[in-house]
Ligand binder design. Structure first.
Ligand SMILES: NC(=O)c1ccc[n+]([C@@H]2O[C@H](COP(=O)([O-])OP(=O)(O)OC[C@H]3O[C@@H](n4cnc5c(N)ncnc54)[C@H](OP(=O)(O)O)[C@@H]3O)[C@@H](O)[C@H]2O)c1
Length: 305
């Protein structure tokens, strides 16, 4: 998996089309998608154009998508995957992930009441995983994995898997390094993709959480200045340095290029030590909508820290 990918969550459909094309022109070969982002159709149009114009070959591109929480039931998994393939205009995905370890009734994007949610006994993760394995056997996907899974939930999958999960995609940045989870994944040959590597600042500005903004942090800014880089490039370089894949999202041309150049920022041991010592942990993506009163899921059930 190319270490640097383009995130597409919150990219409006018309923006996603241009952003993906610009990213491919800039040199990105890894695009992170999901059914719930509701822009796979436009991203598929961008892929089709890129292949048609010879900008990139299918075999040189890594495309990830994710199974939404309303499609965990056995009979829903393959149809949902096939919808993503159709929208993305692809014959196969490079990576397919179970987006969250929580389930909802078919047609529910986000639960409004506990009644919209399916409990672990109604939609066991092991059963969902069996169909993910089937998708692999059928050649519809090249790799399968997890997202937002903590150690216990990963163990639950590992203990009965025919094909082991190869990736766990979780929030990870200098304010949320998740060292124990990263070590656990490494020990189990699970590659980690760091999402929200810039600290998804829009979650602070829209009031979802009241935490400091990573890219405004003084230490991050000083290290950036030292390398004549930007704070965003510094945060991305930190993620690459620790061996994770990193998927910053932008729909702005200059930032798409700026973020791609992060691979050239060579942080030294002192920089890493200072970044590792930042305050926190601050988790910006809480998934709180899945742990509403009366839900069978709790925050401590989903997250390790
Ligand atoms: N598996 C999951 O549950 C999950 C959850 C969240 C995210 N993700 C994936 O991870 C990707 C990244 O996470 P994210 O989108 O939440 O957050 P992020 O990449 O940390 O931050 C994106 C925000 O930063 C801005 N930005 C981008 N480049 C910048 C730069 N160089 N300088 C300053 N600001 C910059 C973007 O705005 P502009 O677009 O206006 O530039 C956007 O508001 C998502 O798009 C998605 O693909 C996965």
């Amino acid at each position: 998996m190319p270490a640097l990918g383009l995130g597409t969550w919150k990219s409006a459909p018309n923006e996603a089309y241009e952003a993906v094309l610009e990213a491919l022109r800039a040199g990105y070969r890894h695009i992170d998608c999901a059914h719930i982002y509701k822009n796979e159709k436009e991203i598929g149009d961008a892929f089709a154009r890129a292949f048609r114009e010879g900008l990139v070959k299918r075999e040189d591109l890594w495309v990830t998508s994710k199974l939404w929480n309303d499609s965990h039931e056995r009979e829903e998994v393959l149809p949902s995957l096939k919808t993503s393939l159709k929208n993305l205009q692809l014959d196969y995905l490079d990576l397919y992930l179970i987006h969250w370890p929580v389930a909802a009734k078919k047609g529910v994007d986000y639960p409004k009441t506990p009644d919209d949610i399916l409990s672990p006994s109604e939609a066991p993760l092991g059963a969902t995983w069996e169909v993910m394995e089937e998708a692999l056997d059928l050649g519809l996907v090249r790799h399968i994995g997890l997202s937002n899974f903590n150690r216990d939930k990963i163990m639950e999958i590992i203990s009965s898997a025919r094909h082991q999960p190869e990736v766990n995609q979780v929030e990870m940045h200098p304010f949320l390094p998740q060292n124990p989870l990263l070590d656990f994944c490494k020990e189990n040959n699970i590659h980690v993709t760091a999402y929200a590597p810039l600290g998804s600042a829009y979650r602070v500005s829209n009031g979802e959480v009241d935490y400091p903004i990573l890219l405004d942090n003084e230490t991050v800014r000083k290290i950036a200045e030292k390398h004549q880089a930007t704070p965003a490039q510094t945060a991305i370089a930190w993620g690459i340095h620790r061996g994770t894949a990193v998927i910053p999202k932008s729909v702005k041309k200059h930032r798409i290029h700026e973020n791609f150049e992060s691979a050239k920022v060579a942080l030294d041991a002192e920089d890493i030590e200072r970044l590792n010592a930042l305050e926190g942990p601050y988790r910006y993506t809480t998934g709180v909508v899945w742990t509403i009163s009366g839900s069978p899921y709790t925050q401590s059930d989903i997250w390790d820290e």
